[in-house]
Design a protein around this ligand. Structure first.
Ligand SMILES: [Zn+2]
Length: 429
Protein backbone atom coordinates (compact mmCIF):
# COMPACT_ATOMS: atom_id res chain seq x y z
CA UNK A 1 0.00 0.00 0.00
CA UNK A 2 1.73 3.12 -1.26
CA UNK A 3 -0.60 5.74 0.27
CA UNK A 4 1.71 6.97 3.03
CA UNK A 5 4.62 7.39 0.61
CA UNK A 6 2.59 9.84 -1.46
CA UNK A 7 2.90 13.64 -1.22
CA UNK A 8 0.03 15.55 0.45
CA UNK A 9 -1.13 16.77 -2.99
CA UNK A 10 -1.19 13.21 -4.37
CA UNK A 11 -3.11 11.98 -1.31
CA UNK A 12 -5.69 14.79 -1.55
CA UNK A 13 -6.25 14.32 -5.30
CA UNK A 14 -6.51 10.52 -4.97
CA UNK A 15 -8.97 10.58 -2.07
CA UNK A 16 -11.12 13.29 -3.70
CA UNK A 17 -11.39 11.18 -6.87
CA UNK A 18 -12.33 8.20 -4.69
CA UNK A 19 -15.07 10.24 -2.97
CA UNK A 20 -16.41 11.25 -6.38
CA UNK A 21 -16.13 7.76 -7.89
CA UNK A 22 -18.01 6.30 -4.89
CA UNK A 23 -20.92 8.64 -5.59
CA UNK A 24 -20.36 10.50 -2.32
CA UNK A 25 -20.13 13.94 -3.90
CA UNK A 26 -21.07 15.79 -7.07
CA UNK A 27 -18.46 16.97 -9.57
CA UNK A 28 -17.93 20.35 -7.90
CA UNK A 29 -19.17 19.58 -4.36
CA UNK A 30 -17.02 18.81 -1.34
CA UNK A 31 -13.45 19.59 -0.42
CA UNK A 32 -10.54 17.81 1.20
CA UNK A 33 -7.34 19.03 2.83
CA UNK A 34 -4.18 17.80 4.51
CA UNK A 35 -2.12 19.84 7.00
CA UNK A 36 1.62 19.25 6.62
CA UNK A 37 4.47 19.58 9.16
CA UNK A 38 5.20 23.18 8.07
CA UNK A 39 1.63 24.32 8.72
CA UNK A 40 0.73 24.48 5.01
CA UNK A 41 -2.76 23.29 4.06
CA UNK A 42 -3.00 21.27 0.80
CA UNK A 43 -6.58 21.69 -0.37
CA UNK A 44 -8.78 20.90 -3.37
CA UNK A 45 -9.33 23.85 -5.76
CA UNK A 46 -12.44 25.99 -6.01
CA UNK A 47 -15.15 24.80 -8.43
CA UNK A 48 -13.03 22.16 -10.20
CA UNK A 49 -14.24 18.81 -11.60
CA UNK A 50 -13.59 16.33 -8.78
CA UNK A 51 -13.66 13.41 -11.21
CA UNK A 52 -10.50 14.51 -13.02
CA UNK A 53 -8.31 15.99 -10.26
CA UNK A 54 -4.57 15.39 -10.33
CA UNK A 55 -1.91 16.29 -7.74
CA UNK A 56 -0.99 19.37 -9.85
CA UNK A 57 -4.50 20.79 -9.27
CA UNK A 58 -4.14 20.80 -5.47
CA UNK A 59 -3.50 24.22 -3.93
CA UNK A 60 -0.97 24.85 -1.13
CA UNK A 61 -2.21 27.52 1.30
CA UNK A 62 0.46 28.96 3.61
CA UNK A 63 -0.22 29.96 7.23
CA UNK A 64 -0.16 33.68 6.22
CA UNK A 65 -3.05 33.09 3.75
CA UNK A 66 -0.97 33.30 0.54
CA UNK A 67 -1.20 30.30 -1.73
CA UNK A 68 0.59 28.48 -4.54
CA UNK A 69 -0.95 26.50 -7.36
CA UNK A 70 -2.61 26.76 -10.74
CA UNK A 71 -6.10 27.31 -9.21
CA UNK A 72 -7.72 29.22 -6.35
CA UNK A 73 -8.20 27.26 -3.09
CA UNK A 74 -11.64 25.95 -2.08
CA UNK A 75 -13.92 28.67 -0.73
CA UNK A 76 -14.27 26.51 2.40
CA UNK A 77 -10.63 27.12 3.39
CA UNK A 78 -12.01 29.07 6.39
CA UNK A 79 -13.61 26.05 7.97
CA UNK A 80 -10.71 23.74 7.17
CA UNK A 81 -8.44 26.20 9.01
CA UNK A 82 -10.94 26.48 11.88
CA UNK A 83 -11.17 22.68 12.16
CA UNK A 84 -7.37 22.32 12.45
CA UNK A 85 -7.36 25.08 15.10
CA UNK A 86 -10.11 23.33 17.07
CA UNK A 87 -8.45 19.90 16.81
CA UNK A 88 -4.64 20.09 16.80
CA UNK A 89 -4.54 16.28 16.53
CA UNK A 90 -6.19 16.39 13.08
CA UNK A 91 -3.96 16.35 9.99
CA UNK A 92 -6.73 15.86 7.43
CA UNK A 93 -10.28 17.11 6.84
CA UNK A 94 -12.92 15.71 4.49
CA UNK A 95 -16.14 17.57 3.71
CA UNK A 96 -18.92 16.70 1.24
CA UNK A 97 -22.67 16.44 0.80
CA UNK A 98 -23.47 12.71 0.52
CA UNK A 99 -27.19 11.88 0.38
CA UNK A 100 -27.74 10.12 3.71
CA UNK A 101 -25.69 12.62 5.69
CA UNK A 102 -27.70 15.38 4.03
CA UNK A 103 -30.87 13.68 5.30
CA UNK A 104 -29.62 14.19 8.86
CA UNK A 105 -28.26 17.66 8.04
CA UNK A 106 -31.76 18.68 6.86
CA UNK A 107 -33.50 17.22 9.90
CA UNK A 108 -30.79 18.64 12.16
CA UNK A 109 -30.52 15.32 13.97
CA UNK A 110 -27.72 12.79 14.36
CA UNK A 111 -27.77 9.21 13.04
CA UNK A 112 -27.48 6.22 15.35
CA UNK A 113 -23.99 4.79 15.26
CA UNK A 114 -24.48 2.28 18.07
CA UNK A 115 -25.89 -0.50 15.88
CA UNK A 116 -22.51 -1.81 14.69
CA UNK A 117 -19.11 -1.77 16.42
CA UNK A 118 -17.40 -0.40 13.29
CA UNK A 119 -19.57 2.72 13.17
CA UNK A 120 -19.19 3.22 16.92
CA UNK A 121 -15.41 2.91 16.72
CA UNK A 122 -14.98 5.60 14.05
CA UNK A 123 -17.94 7.95 14.50
CA UNK A 124 -18.91 7.85 18.16
CA UNK A 125 -18.12 11.53 18.77
CA UNK A 126 -20.55 13.61 16.73
CA UNK A 127 -21.89 17.15 16.89
CA UNK A 128 -24.06 19.53 14.85
CA UNK A 129 -22.86 22.99 13.78
CA UNK A 130 -25.27 25.89 13.38
CA UNK A 131 -26.18 26.98 9.86
CA UNK A 132 -24.13 29.69 8.19
CA UNK A 133 -23.70 30.50 4.51
CA UNK A 134 -21.20 28.35 2.57
CA UNK A 135 -17.77 29.90 2.27
CA UNK A 136 -18.40 32.39 5.09
CA UNK A 137 -15.99 32.98 8.01
CA UNK A 138 -19.05 32.51 10.26
CA UNK A 139 -19.35 28.89 9.05
CA UNK A 140 -15.72 28.46 10.11
CA UNK A 141 -16.50 29.83 13.58
CA UNK A 142 -19.47 27.48 13.93
CA UNK A 143 -17.39 24.46 12.93
CA UNK A 144 -14.66 25.55 15.33
CA UNK A 145 -17.23 25.55 18.16
CA UNK A 146 -18.53 22.10 17.19
CA UNK A 147 -15.11 20.44 16.76
CA UNK A 148 -13.56 22.01 19.85
CA UNK A 149 -16.03 20.02 21.98
CA UNK A 150 -14.15 16.87 20.89
CA UNK A 151 -16.30 15.79 17.93
CA UNK A 152 -14.66 13.79 15.12
CA UNK A 153 -17.76 14.13 12.93
CA UNK A 154 -19.74 17.34 12.56
CA UNK A 155 -23.04 17.64 10.69
CA UNK A 156 -23.50 21.11 9.19
CA UNK A 157 -27.14 22.25 9.34
CA UNK A 158 -28.63 22.36 5.82
CA UNK A 159 -25.28 21.68 4.22
CA UNK A 160 -23.48 18.35 4.74
CA UNK A 161 -20.89 16.67 6.92
CA UNK A 162 -17.29 17.39 7.88
CA UNK A 163 -14.89 14.89 9.48
CA UNK A 164 -11.26 14.96 10.54
CA UNK A 165 -8.57 12.43 11.27
CA UNK A 166 -4.94 12.00 12.27
CA UNK A 167 -4.18 11.32 8.59
CA UNK A 168 -6.16 11.44 5.35
CA UNK A 169 -6.79 7.71 5.23
CA UNK A 170 -8.36 7.79 8.69
CA UNK A 171 -10.43 10.88 7.77
CA UNK A 172 -11.62 9.22 4.56
CA UNK A 173 -12.58 6.01 6.36
CA UNK A 174 -14.49 8.07 8.94
CA UNK A 175 -16.27 9.95 6.14
CA UNK A 176 -17.20 6.72 4.33
CA UNK A 177 -18.34 5.22 7.65
CA UNK A 178 -20.57 8.12 8.72
CA UNK A 179 -22.40 8.04 5.37
CA UNK A 180 -22.72 4.27 5.81
CA UNK A 181 -24.02 4.72 9.39
CA UNK A 182 -26.56 7.34 8.28
CA UNK A 183 -27.89 4.97 5.60
CA UNK A 184 -27.79 1.98 7.95
CA UNK A 185 -29.79 3.83 10.62
CA UNK A 186 -32.54 4.69 8.12
CA UNK A 187 -32.64 1.18 6.62
CA UNK A 188 -32.82 -0.47 10.04
CA UNK A 189 -35.71 1.81 11.03
CA UNK A 190 -37.76 0.20 8.24
CA UNK A 191 -37.62 -3.07 10.16
CA UNK A 192 -39.23 -1.48 13.23
CA UNK A 193 -37.26 -3.14 16.01
CA UNK A 194 -33.61 -2.34 16.49
CA UNK A 195 -30.90 -4.02 18.55
CA UNK A 196 -27.90 -1.88 19.60
CA UNK A 197 -24.39 -3.07 20.43
CA UNK A 198 -23.94 -3.34 24.21
CA UNK A 199 -21.01 -1.80 26.09
CA UNK A 200 -19.69 -5.27 26.92
CA UNK A 201 -19.83 -6.35 23.27
CA UNK A 202 -17.98 -3.21 22.24
CA UNK A 203 -15.26 -3.88 24.85
CA UNK A 204 -14.75 -7.39 23.49
CA UNK A 205 -14.77 -6.07 19.93
CA UNK A 206 -12.13 -3.46 20.67
CA UNK A 207 -10.04 -5.97 22.63
CA UNK A 208 -9.90 -8.50 19.77
CA UNK A 209 -6.25 -9.50 19.64
CA UNK A 210 -4.10 -8.96 16.57
CA UNK A 211 -3.11 -12.54 15.68
CA UNK A 212 0.35 -13.46 16.96
CA UNK A 213 1.97 -15.64 14.32
CA UNK A 214 5.36 -17.18 13.77
CA UNK A 215 7.27 -15.55 10.93
CA UNK A 216 7.42 -17.53 7.72
CA UNK A 217 10.71 -16.40 6.14
CA UNK A 218 11.50 -16.41 2.45
CA UNK A 219 8.03 -17.28 1.15
CA UNK A 220 7.87 -17.06 -2.65
CA UNK A 221 4.43 -17.40 -4.29
CA UNK A 222 4.33 -19.98 -7.08
CA UNK A 223 2.29 -19.40 -10.26
CA UNK A 224 -0.89 -20.84 -8.80
CA UNK A 225 -0.69 -18.74 -5.63
CA UNK A 226 0.05 -15.66 -7.72
CA UNK A 227 -3.11 -16.31 -9.74
CA UNK A 228 -5.13 -16.56 -6.49
CA UNK A 229 -3.63 -13.24 -5.29
CA UNK A 230 -4.64 -11.57 -8.57
CA UNK A 231 -8.18 -12.91 -8.32
CA UNK A 232 -8.49 -11.83 -4.67
CA UNK A 233 -7.48 -8.31 -5.67
CA UNK A 234 -10.10 -8.27 -8.43
CA UNK A 235 -12.80 -9.39 -5.98
CA UNK A 236 -11.65 -6.82 -3.41
CA UNK A 237 -11.84 -3.98 -5.95
CA UNK A 238 -15.22 -5.09 -7.23
CA UNK A 239 -16.49 -5.58 -3.67
CA UNK A 240 -15.50 -2.00 -2.81
CA UNK A 241 -17.03 -0.63 -6.03
CA UNK A 242 -20.31 -2.42 -5.28
CA UNK A 243 -20.39 -1.32 -1.59
CA UNK A 244 -20.05 -4.92 -0.39
CA UNK A 245 -16.65 -4.18 1.17
CA UNK A 246 -15.30 -0.89 2.50
CA UNK A 247 -11.91 0.69 3.08
CA UNK A 248 -12.00 -0.06 6.80
CA UNK A 249 -14.09 -3.23 6.85
CA UNK A 250 -14.37 -6.59 5.15
CA UNK A 251 -11.90 -9.45 5.15
CA UNK A 252 -11.48 -11.99 2.38
CA UNK A 253 -9.39 -15.14 2.19
CA UNK A 254 -8.77 -18.00 -0.22
CA UNK A 255 -7.32 -21.45 0.30
CA UNK A 256 -3.97 -22.16 -1.33
CA UNK A 257 -3.35 -25.73 -0.12
CA UNK A 258 -4.70 -28.09 2.53
CA UNK A 259 -2.87 -26.22 5.30
CA UNK A 260 -2.45 -22.75 3.83
CA UNK A 261 -4.48 -19.77 2.67
CA UNK A 262 -4.17 -16.11 1.72
CA UNK A 263 -5.94 -13.41 3.75
CA UNK A 264 -6.21 -9.63 3.64
CA UNK A 265 -3.90 -7.77 6.06
CA UNK A 266 -4.62 -6.01 9.33
CA UNK A 267 -4.93 -2.23 9.44
CA UNK A 268 -4.78 -1.45 5.71
CA UNK A 269 -7.44 0.05 3.45
CA UNK A 270 -9.17 -2.55 1.26
CA UNK A 271 -9.39 -0.06 -1.60
CA UNK A 272 -5.67 0.53 -1.70
CA UNK A 273 -4.36 -3.01 -1.32
CA UNK A 274 -1.96 -4.51 -3.83
CA UNK A 275 -1.47 -8.22 -4.31
CA UNK A 276 1.82 -8.25 -2.38
CA UNK A 277 -0.09 -6.92 0.69
CA UNK A 278 -2.08 -10.17 0.96
CA UNK A 279 -0.74 -12.44 3.71
CA UNK A 280 0.16 -16.09 3.15
CA UNK A 281 -0.71 -18.13 6.25
CA UNK A 282 0.42 -21.71 6.81
CA UNK A 283 -0.66 -23.45 10.01
CA UNK A 284 0.52 -21.10 12.80
CA UNK A 285 2.90 -19.05 10.66
CA UNK A 286 2.33 -15.96 8.52
CA UNK A 287 4.55 -14.46 5.83
CA UNK A 288 7.35 -12.53 7.57
CA UNK A 289 6.81 -8.77 7.86
CA UNK A 290 3.05 -8.97 7.29
CA UNK A 291 0.14 -8.89 9.70
CA UNK A 292 -3.02 -10.90 8.93
CA UNK A 293 -6.49 -9.43 9.62
CA UNK A 294 -7.95 -9.82 13.10
CA UNK A 295 -10.57 -12.24 11.72
CA UNK A 296 -7.83 -14.75 10.91
CA UNK A 297 -8.91 -17.28 13.58
CA UNK A 298 -12.44 -17.62 12.15
CA UNK A 299 -11.21 -17.99 8.55
CA UNK A 300 -8.57 -20.53 9.68
CA UNK A 301 -11.17 -22.53 11.65
CA UNK A 302 -13.50 -22.64 8.62
CA UNK A 303 -10.73 -23.97 6.33
CA UNK A 304 -9.64 -26.52 8.94
CA UNK A 305 -13.16 -27.84 9.48
CA UNK A 306 -14.51 -27.74 5.91
CA UNK A 307 -12.28 -29.21 3.20
CA UNK A 308 -14.79 -28.23 0.50
CA UNK A 309 -14.57 -24.50 1.31
CA UNK A 310 -11.89 -22.61 -0.63
CA UNK A 311 -12.91 -18.98 -0.04
CA UNK A 312 -14.39 -16.93 2.81
CA UNK A 313 -15.72 -13.36 2.88
CA UNK A 314 -16.68 -11.58 6.12
CA UNK A 315 -18.27 -8.23 5.41
CA UNK A 316 -20.89 -5.65 6.38
CA UNK A 317 -22.92 -4.65 3.31
CA UNK A 318 -25.43 -2.10 4.55
CA UNK A 319 -28.76 -3.74 3.66
CA UNK A 320 -27.78 -7.08 5.19
CA UNK A 321 -26.55 -5.24 8.27
CA UNK A 322 -30.03 -3.74 8.74
CA UNK A 323 -31.17 -7.30 9.44
CA UNK A 324 -28.09 -7.91 11.60
CA UNK A 325 -29.14 -4.99 13.82
CA UNK A 326 -32.77 -6.06 14.12
CA UNK A 327 -34.52 -9.10 15.63
CA UNK A 328 -36.30 -9.46 12.24
CA UNK A 329 -35.09 -12.61 10.48
CA UNK A 330 -33.11 -12.31 7.25
CA UNK A 331 -35.33 -14.32 4.88
CA UNK A 332 -33.83 -15.76 1.72
CA UNK A 333 -36.90 -17.51 0.29
CA UNK A 334 -37.73 -14.38 -1.73
CA UNK A 335 -36.83 -15.43 -5.26
CA UNK A 336 -35.45 -18.82 -6.39
CA UNK A 337 -31.97 -17.41 -7.08
CA UNK A 338 -31.64 -16.06 -3.52
CA UNK A 339 -32.54 -19.36 -1.90
CA UNK A 340 -30.47 -21.32 -4.41
CA UNK A 341 -27.33 -19.29 -3.67
CA UNK A 342 -27.78 -18.60 0.04
CA UNK A 343 -30.08 -21.37 1.39
CA UNK A 344 -31.60 -20.49 4.76
CA UNK A 345 -29.20 -18.11 6.53
CA UNK A 346 -29.00 -18.64 10.31
CA UNK A 347 -28.37 -15.71 12.64
CA UNK A 348 -25.81 -16.33 15.36
CA UNK A 349 -24.75 -14.25 18.38
CA UNK A 350 -22.08 -11.58 17.94
CA UNK A 351 -20.02 -13.18 20.73
CA UNK A 352 -19.51 -16.25 18.57
CA UNK A 353 -17.97 -14.12 15.80
CA UNK A 354 -15.72 -12.20 18.19
CA UNK A 355 -14.68 -14.77 20.77
CA UNK A 356 -15.49 -18.33 19.70
CA UNK A 357 -14.19 -18.89 16.16
CA UNK A 358 -14.35 -22.71 16.44
CA UNK A 359 -18.01 -22.56 17.40
CA UNK A 360 -18.72 -20.03 14.64
CA UNK A 361 -16.93 -22.21 12.06
CA UNK A 362 -19.02 -25.21 13.14
CA UNK A 363 -22.20 -23.42 11.97
CA UNK A 364 -21.21 -23.85 8.33
CA UNK A 365 -21.95 -26.94 6.26
CA UNK A 366 -22.71 -27.85 2.64
CA UNK A 367 -26.31 -26.84 3.36
CA UNK A 368 -25.33 -23.69 5.28
CA UNK A 369 -22.79 -21.71 3.23
CA UNK A 370 -23.72 -18.31 4.73
CA UNK A 371 -24.13 -17.21 8.35
CA UNK A 372 -25.22 -13.82 9.69
CA UNK A 373 -23.70 -12.67 12.98
CA UNK A 374 -25.77 -10.23 15.03
CA UNK A 375 -24.69 -6.60 14.87
CA UNK A 376 -21.46 -7.25 13.02
CA UNK A 377 -20.92 -9.39 9.92
CA UNK A 378 -22.25 -11.71 7.28
CA UNK A 379 -19.84 -14.52 6.43
CA UNK A 380 -20.13 -16.17 3.01
CA UNK A 381 -18.19 -19.22 1.89
CA UNK A 382 -17.76 -21.10 -1.35
CA UNK A 383 -15.79 -23.67 -3.27
CA UNK A 384 -14.29 -20.75 -5.21
CA UNK A 385 -13.65 -17.04 -4.70
CA UNK A 386 -16.29 -16.35 -7.29
CA UNK A 387 -18.98 -18.36 -5.47
CA UNK A 388 -18.22 -16.76 -2.07
CA UNK A 389 -18.29 -13.32 -3.74
CA UNK A 390 -21.49 -14.13 -5.60
CA UNK A 391 -23.13 -15.19 -2.33
CA UNK A 392 -22.15 -11.89 -0.72
CA UNK A 393 -23.58 -9.93 -3.63
CA UNK A 394 -26.79 -12.01 -3.71
CA UNK A 395 -27.18 -11.59 0.07
CA UNK A 396 -26.98 -7.80 -0.22
CA UNK A 397 -29.37 -7.71 -3.18
CA UNK A 398 -31.79 -9.98 -1.31
CA UNK A 399 -31.74 -7.81 1.82
CA UNK A 400 -32.16 -4.65 -0.27
CA UNK A 401 -35.09 -6.11 -2.18
CA UNK A 402 -36.93 -7.06 1.02
CA UNK A 403 -36.45 -3.57 2.47
CA UNK A 404 -37.75 -1.99 -0.74
CA UNK A 405 -40.60 -4.51 -1.09
CA UNK A 406 -41.86 -3.67 2.40
CA UNK A 407 -42.64 -0.22 1.03
CA UNK A 408 -44.45 -1.67 -1.98
CA UNK A 409 -46.81 -3.81 0.09
CA UNK A 410 -47.00 -7.07 1.99
CA UNK A 411 -44.02 -9.31 1.28
CA UNK A 412 -44.99 -12.84 0.21
CA UNK A 413 -42.19 -15.40 0.54
CA UNK A 414 -41.91 -18.67 -1.39
CA UNK A 415 -43.98 -21.38 0.30
CA UNK A 416 -42.53 -24.51 1.94
CA UNK A 417 -43.69 -26.55 -1.07
CA UNK A 418 -42.05 -24.15 -3.52
CA UNK A 419 -38.79 -24.27 -1.55
CA UNK A 420 -38.99 -28.06 -1.38
CA UNK A 421 -39.45 -28.22 -5.15
CA UNK A 422 -36.35 -26.03 -5.58
CA UNK A 423 -34.34 -28.28 -3.27
CA UNK A 424 -35.42 -31.39 -5.14
CA UNK A 425 -34.90 -30.00 -8.63
CA UNK A 426 -31.49 -28.50 -7.90
CA UNK A 427 -30.30 -31.22 -5.50
CA UNK A 428 -29.96 -28.79 -2.61
CA UNK A 429 -30.53 -31.46 0.06
ZN1 LIG B 1 -20.08 22.10 1.29
Amino acid sequence: MKFFNQSPAEQVAGVMRRVYDSGLTTATGGNISVLDDKGDIWITPKGFDKGSLTAEDIVCVHPDGTYEGRHEPSTEIFFHRATYRARPDFRAVVHAHPVYCIAFSLTRTLPRVDLLPDTLALCQNMNISTYAMMGSPELGENLYAAFSKGADVVFLENHGVCVGGENLLMAYQRFETIEYAAKHDLLTRKLGQVRAVTGEQLSFWNARPIPAMQALEGHRPDKREQAIRTEMLQKLRRGCEHALLFGASGVISARVNADSFLITPYGMDNNLLEDEDLVFVQNTAAEAGKQPARELALHAAIYAKHKEINAVFSAMPVNVMAFAASPKRFETSTIPESFYMLRAVPTRPMEEFIRYPERAAAQFSVKIPVVLFENCRIVTTGASLFTAFDRLEVAEATAASILVAREAGQVILLSEEEIQALKTTFHLE
